[in-house]
Design a protein around this ligand. Structure first.
Ligand code: HEM
Length: 139
């Protein structure tokens, strides 16, 4: 489902992205992770506006590859994703209309799950293999 511009404009997306990364940078756990990997914040923010415009409005300006970018971050762990999502949801609550908030939160949750699974496949394949065996034994 794509939002229409009355529910979510390019300006709304820019406001959401800038507000979110403002919070991220001040967070004691997430801030240092981003600062260790991002040299040019204005380029990162422009890329993230393009990303969210593509997924919320179908704007099609983003052509990056989030999975390898996150698989290469050694620090990732479930608590960081939970913190990321909590900050994201607090941001959308503060700055987005309800339809935009609902869709953005849903997409963020799905993408976070997929990035975490992909991270484990790249960095902890033995743990995943163990989980699968357990699932088989459990029928
Ligand atoms: C623990 C949670 C997360 C952390 C610590 C994190 C951190 C980062 C960092 C450091 C980068 C820059 C990588 C680089 O340029 O080398 C990045 C890029 C990016 N992140 Fe995340 N991220 C998280 C979750 C998410 C989620 C849930 C989404 C989507 C909803 C997302 C979307 C993106 C996108 C689209 C890029 C740009 C990738 C590219 O095309 O270069 N991230 N992230």
């Amino acid at each position: 489902m794509r939002l229409d511009p009355a529910q979510c404009s390019e300006d709304d997306i820019a406001r959401m992205v800038h507000a979110f990364y403002g919070r991220v940078r001040q967070d004691e756990r997430l801030g240092p992770v981003f600062d260790a990997h991002i040299a040019d914040w204005s380029a990162h923010l422009a890329k993230m506006v393009d990303f969210w415009s593509s997924v919320l409005l179908g704007a099609g300006r983003y052509s990056g590859t989030p999975m390898p970018a996150h698989q290469a971050l050694p620090e990732l762990e479930p608590e960081l994703f939970e913190r990321w999502l909590a900050l994201f949801q607090a941001t959308t609550q503060a700055v987005c209309q309800p339809a935009m908030k609902a869709r953005a939160d849903q997409l963020a949750g799905r993408i976070a799950q997929s990035l975490w699974l992909g991270w484990q496949m790249a960095n902890r394949p033995q743990v995943l293999a163990h989980d699968l065996q357990g699932a088989q034994h459990a029928g």
